[in-house]
Design a protein around this ligand. Structure first.
Ligand code: P1T
Length: 394
C-alpha cells in the first residue's frame, strides 16, 4: 500500500499480509512452509472487498452508474455486499442487498450501518427460484428505476480482481522473501489452497500464478459437503443438498466465473463444518489470527490434502510454499453458536484451576497489601484531586 495519504477507504482494500503458520505446521509435522493470506485486514474485512471495488469502478468506467440516482442491487452471502456498501457509501450510490437467512446478524448489521437496505431470503430456496437471493434481486431490478445488478456470479471483474491483485500480492510476498538456512524457501508458490463460492478468488489467483509465476503450482479447491462445486461431480454425490453452516463457500449451481477446468483447479477437497470450526479455533489459539469459518475450511482442506500421496511429497519437502487463503474475520460471526462454543466453552487454560484455588482462600486482604505496591502513607499523598467538572465523562 502507498505510504501516502489515501483518498478514501477504498485505497485500503487488499494489500493484505502473508503470514507464516509455523506453529500449526510444526504441530502437524509439516516440513514445508504453511502460509496464510489474511484477508480480514482489508478495509471492509474480507477478500470480497477487492471484487466490490473492481466491479463498481468498471461499471463507472462503462457509464452505468450515476451518483445520487443509481441503485446497486446484489445477491450475496454478505461480504461482497459489505464491500459494495462501503464503495457505494463513498461514491454516493444507493444499495440493496439480498441475503439468505443463514448469513449472520453481524453481516446484516454492518450492511445497514453502511446505509444499505437488506432483504432476507430463504436459505433453502433453489438458486433459480423467484424466492432465492438471486431471484429476489432480479425481481427488485425489474421494479426499481435506475437499478443495476453488478452480478458477481458472472462479472469478469470478479476473477480479474484476484488475477490483478490477490494473486500478484501472494507471488510478490513469496518471491521477495529470500531463502535462508533457517527458513528455506523455493521462492515459488508451490501449492495454493482456497475455498470456492462464486469461484472468483480461486480462478483469478490460479490464473495469476500459473500464467505469470509457476505453471506447475498445484491449486487445491475446497468445497463444503452439500455443495456441488467440486470436480469431478462424483465427489459431491454423497452429500448433495445437505445443509451446512459455514458461510460464503459452496452453491447449488456452478457460477460462470468459476473455472472447474483441471488446468486451473488441479484437485478438490470436500470440507465439513466440524473440521472447519476446529481449524478456526486452531488458527486463533496457535497463531492469534481472528479468522472466520471459511478460513477454517481452507486450512482443514489444506491439511487434508497434505496427507494424500501427492500432498505428502510437498509436506515432507523443506522450502515448499503452501499458501492458504483466509477470506474473512471473526467480526462477522461473533454471535454465531459455533463461535460462542469455541470461544466460551473451549478447553480452559492451565490458569483456570489456579484462579479457582486462589479465590477459595479467605477474601480478607492483608494490611500491608492493601494498596498493592504503594505503602499507605505514600498512597495518601498521591491521591489525585478530583477532575474539574468539564473533564468528567458524566
Ligand atoms: O466467491 P469466492 O471468490 O469463491 O470466495 C468464497 C468465499 C469464501 N469465504 C467467504 C467468507 C466468502 O464470503 C466468500 C464469498 N462470498 C460471497 C460470494 C459473497 O457474496 O460475499
Amino acid at each position: 500500500m502507498s505510504p501516502q495519504i489515501l483518498d478514501n477507504a477504498l485505497g485500503a482494500v487488499g494489500h493484505t499480509p502473508l503470514i507464516r503458520l509455523d506453529k500449526i505446521a510444526a504441530s502437524k509435522g509439516l516440513k514445508c512452509n504453511l502460509l496464510g493470506k489474511v484477508e480480514f485486514m482489508s478495509a471492509g474485512g474480507s477478500v470480497k472487498d477487492r471484487i466490490a471495488k473492481a466491479m463498481v469502478e468498471a461499471a463507472e468506467r462503462d457509464g452505468k452508474l450515476i451518483p445520487g440516482k443509481s441503485v446497486v442491487i446484489e445477491p450475496t452471502s454478505g461480504n461482497t455486499g459489505i464491500g459494495l456498501a462501503m464503495a457505494c457509501a463513498i461514491k454516493g450510490y444507493s444499495v440493496i442487498i439480498t441475503l439468505p437467512n443463514k448469513m449472520s446478524l453481524e453481516k446484516e448489521a454492518l450492511l445497514r450501518a453502511l446505509g444499505a437496505e437488506v432483504v432476507r431470503t430463504p436459505t433453502e430456496a433453489a438458486w433459480d427460484s423467484p424466492e432465492s437471493h438471486i431471484g429476489v434481486a432480479k425481481r427488485l431490478r425489474r421494479e426499481i428505476p435506475h437499478s443495476i445488478i453488478l452480478d458477481q456470479y458472472c462479472n469478469v471483474n470478479n476473477p480479474l480482481a484476484h488475477e490483478y491483485t490477490t494473486g500478484p500480492e501472494i507471488i510478490e510476498a513469496v518471491v521477495s522473501t529470500p531463502s535462508t538456512s533457517s527458513r528455506p524457501s523455493t521462492e515459488k508458490v508451490d501449492v495454493m489452497v482456497a475455498g470456492a463460492g462464486t469461484g472468483g478468488t480461486i480462478t483469478g489467483i490460479s490464473r495469476a500464478i500459473k500464467r505469470t509465476h509457476n505453471k506447475d503450482c498445484i491449486v487445491v479447491g475446497v468445497d463444503p459437503k452439500g455443495s456441488i462445486l467440486a470436480f469431478p461431480d462424483t465427489l459431491n454425490a454423497a452429500d448433495e443438498g445437505a445443509q451446512y453452516i459455514v458461510e460464503g463457500i459452496g452453491y447449488d449451481f456452478i457460477p460462470d466465473v468459476l473455472s472447474r477446468d483441471p488446468t486451473h483447479v488441479d484437485v478438490w477437497v470436500k470440507s465439513s463444518d466440524e473440521e472447519s470450526f476446529a481449524a478456526v479455533q486452531t488458527l486463533m489459539r496457535s497463531e492469534g489470527l481472528l479468522v472466520g469459518g471459511s478460513s477454517g475450511s481452507s486450512l482443514s482442506g489444506a491439511l487434508r490434502w497434505l496427507v494424500t500421496a501427492e500432498g505428502q511429497k510437498v509436506a515432507n519437502t523443506p522450502g515448499k510454499n503452501v499458501v492458504v487463503l483466509l477470506p474473512d474475520g471473526i467480526r462477522n460471526y461473533m454471535s454465531k453458536p459455533w463461535f460462542l462454543q469455541i470461544a466460551m466453552e473451549g478447553e480452559p487454560s492451565h490458569l483456570a484451576g489456579i484462579i479457582a484455588q486462589a479465590l477459595q482462600k479467605p477474601a480478607e486482604i492483608p494490611r500491608d497489601e492493601a494498596t498493592l505496591s504503594v505503602k499507605p502513607a505514600e498512597a495518601q499523598a498521591r491521591v489525585p484531586s478530583p477532575a474539574p467538572a468539564s473533564h468528567q465523562l458524566i
